[in-house]
Design a protein around this ligand. Structure first.
Ligand code: 2M8
Length: 448
């Protein structure tokens, strides 16, 4: 009998998820990412549901341990072992009275993919179990989405703002680097931007011990990220104090696209369990439905994130412009315009779609973190959106190529969009989980 190569890809993905499992959750990758990340766990649960539905549910329930009293779901729940103490201490979430007492977390969030994962698991359950599952997750989700609007949309414009690039999940994406250099560059950075300074920063970095430095953020940018984080910490992670004197807040296209889709899932969950969402949340959800249009740039014919305080567009093109497809709230006309970008060889069309920035971007580098490579999670989101807008061939190609990348090299963190070179962390959990999902849901065939 001929060997079916897709079987072995699935097995490699399952092994990765097994290897990265820790008691009640999955770490993104050994060494580089030893804690639990919010949107990673959501993507991971989407894949885990094909292997073990209980484990997928445990993965998501474990996120709730970290939920703050104000509803925020933090972007990381820190591991409790000794080796993680430096990270816990660096963040000091305990300075804020809303932080949970018995677990250590960061003081900021990440894209709200949770409702998507809850629904995807629900789809695998019979109606009685689905209702029970949704009931468990309903109030934490309501609290989280209510927090997003209450604390992160102070202008009531329907777009949530982010206070640190790490909240976007697309950490080093050009709009964030642009804003960082424009509004958050401390005076002393130029003084240490020299050989000795770099040696000192490198000695403190843990990530570049595990991944070649050229595939991670550069030393100065990462130092500036840490500096912004320290400033937020000094304000005790209190949003009013943070925003009172900040110039560094962004209404991010990708994050808001994900929030819009998550709202729709939350409505489904509420309907299934027979609950009415709180009126204020319903109003916010309603208001945010058309808000992405605020971020559309006529002239560049694409979406841009914008500075949340000045409302100036940050005109750095990135993959985020395609995420409104996933939101599902844009018109068919807009969706067609985005598909044109996807077909444009100078922009996003590539042998291994979808590059995290278009080829025309001045930031483009084929292996540099969120500034060029293809990531499987953004592929999953874009393909899901394309399919719902009826662009089935485009969706299929993205999934097919994603699976091929992993079949050729294993579940790496990211890959060159030009030649498929694997990069970043090995045995990366969301890559494994989402490829499993693509294989299970879309009956893809691997060529040869
Ligand atoms: C990356 O972000 C973390 C900080 O949160 C890091 O660079 O150390 C991003 O790719 C982020 O999206 C992801 O959730 C995280 C863990 O995989 O790694």
């Amino acid at each position: 009998m001929e060997k079916d190569p897709s079987v072995s890809v699935a097995q490699i993905c399952r092994d990765t998820l097994e290897q990265n499992w820790r008691d009640d959750h999955t770490i993104p990758a050994g060494n580089l990412y030893p804690h639990q990340w919010l949107w990673d766990s959501a993507f991971i649960a989407i894949g885990l549901r094909h292997i073990d539905i209980d484990r997928a549910q445990t993965e998501l329930r474990s996120l709730l341990k970290g939920q703050w009293a104000n509803g925020m779901l933090p972007h990381i729940i820190f591991a409790e072992h000794e080796k993680a103490s430096r990270d816990r201490y660096l963040w000091q979430a305990w300075r804020n009275p809303n932080a949970p007492e018995d677990v250590n977390t960061t003081g900021m969030t990440q894209p709200p993919v949770l409702a998507e994962a809850v629904v995807k698991i629900g789809e695998k359950l019979n109606m009685k179990d689905r209702r029970a599952w949704y009931l468990d997750m309903y109030q934490p989700l309501v609290d989280y989405h209510s927090w997003l609007y209450r604390e992160r949309d102070p202008q009531n414009d329907g777009l949530a703002l982010l206070i640190h690039p790490w909240e976007s999940g697309l950490d080093s994406s050009p709009p964030w680097i642009d804003q960082l250099h424009m509004h958050s560059k401390p005076w002393w950075i130029n003084l240490i931007d020299n050989r000795l300074g770099h040696i000192a920063i490198r000695a403190l970095r843990r990530d570049t011990r595990h991944v070649p430095p050229g595939q991670r953020m550069n030393d100065i940018d990462i130092l500036m990220y840490m500096n912004v984080m320290q400033r937020l910490k000094r304000k005790d992670w209190d949003i009013e104090r943070i925003l009172a004197r900040s110039h560094f807040a962004v209404e991010d296209v990708a994050f808001n696209s994900i929030l819009l889709r998550a709202n729709e899932h939350l409505e489904t969950i509420a309907k299934t369990v027979g609950h009415e969402l709180p009126q204020e949340l319903q109003d916010n959800i309603q208001r945010s439905k058309g808000a992405l249009e605020e971020l559309w740039d006529t002239g560049h014919e694409q979406y841009f994130s914008r500075n949340a305080l000045t409302h100036h567009a940050i005109k750095e093109p990135t993959i985020a412009t395609l995420l409104p497809l996933y939101a599902g709230t844009i018109t068919k006309e807009r969706a067609k315009q985005l598909v044109q970008l996807l077909h444009d060889k100078k922009q996003f069309d590539s042998p291994y779609p979808v590059p995290s920035v278009p080829f025309t971007s001045t930031y483009y580098n084929h292996l540099s973190y969120w500034q060029g490579p293809t990531w499987i999670n953004t592929n999953w989101l874009i393909a899901d959106g394309l399919e719902r807008y009826g662009f089935k061939d485009e969706a299929k190609r993205i999934r097919q190529k994603s699976v091929e990348l992993v079949a050729a090299s294993g579940p790496y963190e990211y890959f060159s969009a030009k030649d498929g070179t694997p990069a970043g962390a090995k045995n990366f959990s969301w890559t494994a989980a989402l490829v499993l999902d693509m294989l299970s849901e879309h009956s893809l065939q691997l060529e040869n």
